[in-house]
Ligand binder design. Structure first.
Ligand code: FAD
Length: 285
């Protein structure tokens, strides 16, 4: 059985709040192992992330993970946010360095954590949290090499993380090669592939460019053609389901979906993989 988790972002308006609630409502029948709530660039959504995570946990009854970054914040501010998460019953954190809000190179706050390893070690010391971290199958723009990218992931796990959630990628081989290299480097923690169901190809391409995720020519061509023929939805579903199917065949036992608060394609992919939402299964019974 493949374990599922879903990433959402915190709402900034009443309308967006309903949208998030609809998203979680649509995903809940898939029995997620957790729903995660992102943290705005530069710590911009501290209280929104906390409120959204807390409310989702209470009202949906699902396990919730809150993302936390250390960019543009002092150590004290970050620890205060972590303590607030803990006080509101959130014991699962996705701990990240984060990016500078304006796209500049990362510069630690003078009184802040210098990097993600310091943040993870501090959270681990609190003894309260299950800690996930980010991982980069196609490497990261700040990595000097793939081996440094993997060594750094090992340092993050050794600092107290129990699992890595990856950046999205377009080809199963990117993840499978990375998983093998991580195993060779002695990383034993679960590495869960991050899956982006593409609801808007133009946005996905620009997101990939920002993250340094290569877009294979064959996939770009296929999406462009599908867009011209008004069949992008169909291609996105086929491509994503095929990617997940290959990963599962290769022994992957958990998938983390970037939903962008648009659950429909994610639900369709899960159905295509035979993961029928619990409510439908009950109806059949
Ligand atoms: P790190 O892993 O610390 O660094 C990235 C790479 O840079 C490393 O692989 C390593 O090669 C290199 N590196 C960095 N520092 C050092 C060092 N001191 N020595 C050697 N090498 C180093 N961003 C948000 O703002 N909010 C979110 O909620 C959010 N959620 C995310 C969830 C997931 C699953 C992922 C994968 C990313 C998310 N991000 C989020 C984006 C993330 O903040 C950026 O990718 C950021 O650039 C890196 O954060 P990190 O903790 O993964 O970086």
């Amino acid at each position: 059985m493949t374990a599922l988790s879903f990433e959402t972002f915190p709402p900034k308006s009443l309308d967006a709040s309903f949208h998030l609630w609809d998203t979680v409502h649509a995903l809940a029948p898939l029995n997620p192992r957790f729903i995660s709530v992102t943290y705005g660039a530069g710590g911009s959504t501290q209280s929104l992330t906390q409120e959204a995570a807390q409310t989702l946990r209470k009202s949906s009854g699902l396990p919730v993970a809150a993302h936390l970054t250390c960019t543009c914040q002092t150590r004290a501010e970050v620890l205060r946010t972590a303590s607030r998460f803990a006080a509101s019953g959130i014991d699962h954190i996705v701990a990240l360095r984060g990016d500078a809000p304006n796209g500049d190179a990362f510069e630690p706050h003078p009184d802040g954590y210098a990097n993600s390893v310091e943040l993870i070690a501090a959270l681990a010391q609190m003894g309260t949290f299950n800690i996930c971290v980010g991982a980069y199958p196609d490497s990261h723009p700040d990595a000097a090499s793939m081996s440094q990218n993997i060594d750094w992931l090992k340092a993050k796990i050794d600092a107290g993380a129990s699992e890595a959630l990856t950046q999205f990628f377009f080809e199963a081989d990117s993840f499978l090669r990375f998983r093998d290299a991580c195993a060779d480097a002695g990383i034993k923690a679960r590495i869960t592939p991050g899956i982006l169901p593409v609801t808007n190809w133009k946005r996905a391409k620009s997101f990939a460019k920002r993250c340094g995720t290569p877009v294979p020519v064959t996939i770009a061509t296929a999406f462009d053609r599908a867009n011209r023929e008004d069949r992008a939805d169909l291609f996105a579903l086929t491509h994503c389901a095929d990617l997940c199917d290959t990963l599962i065949t290769e022994g992957v036992d958990a998938l983390h979906f970037y939903t962008l608060n648009r659950p429909d394609l994610t639900v369709q992919v899960c159905r295509a993989l035979g993961m029928m939402p619990a409510a439908r299964a009950l109806n059949v019974a």
